[in-house]
Write a protein that binds this ligand. Structure first.
Ligand code: NAP
Length: 287
C-alpha cells in the first residue's frame, strides 16, 4: 500500500513509519509533519493529498500539550478538530482511506471497569474535548474511517514519562508520583504494530489499543526504576496534590476485545514492553 503518515516526525509517527516500512507487505511510506503540511490550512491539505494517490492516510498530527490546551484553546481546537476534518475530507476526496489517532481523555474516567469502544464519551479535559470533536468531524466526512484511541504513550522519539523519570533520577533520590489514576503505559512501537494490522486488515470504526495490563503513574515510575536498576524512592501522592492544570481521568483502562477479535493482535503486557524499550535505549543496565 501507498501510506502517508501525518505527524510523521512525532513520537508515534516515527515508530509507525519504521514499522510500516519493515512489513512484509512492502508498503511505500511517506512521512509529513507540520513543516510539509500544516493540517490547519485546508487549501494546502487539499492540494497535498490530491497530488499523490495514497491508499491510506494515517493522521498522527495533533496538538498534544494537554495542560497548555486549557489556556491555548483556539490552537488546540484548530489542530485536533478542524485539522482532523481537513485531513479526512481531503483524503476522502482523493479516494484514500482515513485513520485518525485519538485518546483515552475522551472519557472522564468514572467507569468501573475497562472502557469499550461503544461507551459514551465525556471528555476529561479540553484536549480530550478537541480530540472527540476530531473523531466526530472525521466520522461525519468519512463514515468509513478508522479511529484508534490510545493512552499513556512513550517512545524513543519524544518527550514522555519514562524519559522524564530517568532524567529526574539523575538529580533526585526521592520523587512524588500520582497514585490514584489507573491506565496502561503503551510503547509506541507496539502501538505501531497494532496500527499496521488494523490498516492491513482494512478495519473501520473505533478501536482501543494500548499495552496489556494496567498500573498507576506511581506503579509505572517504580517499575521504570526497578528495570533500569536505579535506587529511587517513589512517594505516592494524589491527583489533587499534584494539581495539574488539566483534569485527568481516574480510570483510562481499555477493553481490547475488538482489536483481538478483528486482527488477532494481543499487545504485550506493559512491563514486558517497558523492559524491551529500556533495553533498546541502552538504559537497563546503566547505574
Ligand atoms: N502522547 C500520548 O501519551 C498520547 C496519548 C493518547 C493519544 N495520543 C494521540 O496519539 C497521536 C500521536 O501522539 P504523539 O505523542 O506522537 O504526539 P507528538 O509527538 O506531539 O506528535 C504530533 C506531531 O504532530 C505535529 N503537528 C502539530 N500541529 C500540527 C499541524 N498543525 N499540522 C501538522 N502537524 C502538526 C507535531 O509537530 P510539533 O512537534 O512541531 O508541534 C508533532 O510532530 C496524537 O493524535 C495524540 O493525540 C497521544
Amino acid at each position: 500500500m501507498n501510506i502517508l503518515v501525518l505527524g510523521g516526525r512525532g513520537m508515534l509517527g516515527r515508530d509507525l513509519v519504521t514499522v510500516l516500512s519493515g512489513r512484509s507487505e512492502r508498503h511505500r511510506v511517506t512521512a509529513w509533519d507540520i513543516e510539509d503540511v500544516d493540517i490547519i490550512d485546508k487549501y494546502t491539505v487539499d492540494r497535498a493529498l490530491g497530488r499523490d494517490s495514497f491508499d491510506v492516510v494515517v493522521n498522527c498530527a495533533a496538538y498534544t500539550a494537554v495542560d497548555k490546551a486549557e489556556q491555548d484553546k483556539e490552537t488546540a481546537l484548530a489542530v485536533n478538530a478542524r485539522g482532523a476534518r481537513n485531513v479526512a475530507a481531503a483524503a476522502r476526496a482523493a479516494g484514500s482511506r482515513n485513520v485518525l489517532l485519538s485518546t483515552d481523555y475522551v472519557f472522564d474516567g468514572s467507569k468501573q471497569g475497562a472502557y469499550r469502544e461503544g461507551d459514551e464519551p465525556c471528555p476529561a479535559n479540553y484536549y480530550g474535548y478537541t480530540k472527540l470533536m476530531g473523531e466526530r468531524l472525521t466520522g461525519e466526512v468519512d463514515p468509513d474511517c478508522l479511529i484508534i484511541r490510545t493512552q499513556w504513550l512513550y517512545g524513543a522519539a519524544g518527550k514522555n514519562f519514562v524519559e522524564t523519570m530517568l532524567k529526574l533520577a539523575e538529580t533526585n533520590k526521592t520523587l512524588s508520583v500520582v497514585d490514584d489514576q489507573q491506565g496502561s503505559p503503551t510503547w509506541t512501537a507496539d502501538l505501531a504494530r497494532a496500527i499496521a494490522l488494523l490498516v492491513e486488515g482494512r478495519c473501520r470504526g473505533i478501536y482501543h489499543v494500548s499495552n496489556a495490563g494496567c498500573t498507576t503513574w506511581c506503579g509505572f515510575a517504580r517499575k521504570i526504576f526497578e528495570t533500569a536498576q536505579k535506587e529511587i524512592e517513589v512517594v505516592p501522592i494524589t491527583t489533587e496534590q499534584f494539581n495539574a492544570p488539566a483534569r485527568r481521568p481516574a480510570n483510562s483502562v481499555f477493553d481490547m476485545t475488538r482489536l483481538l477479535e478483528d486482527t488477532g493482535c494481543a499487545p504485550p503486557h506493559w512491563t514486558e514492553a517497558l523492559g524491551q524499550y529500556l533495553t533498546m535505549r541502552g538504559r537497563k543496565d546503566a547505574r
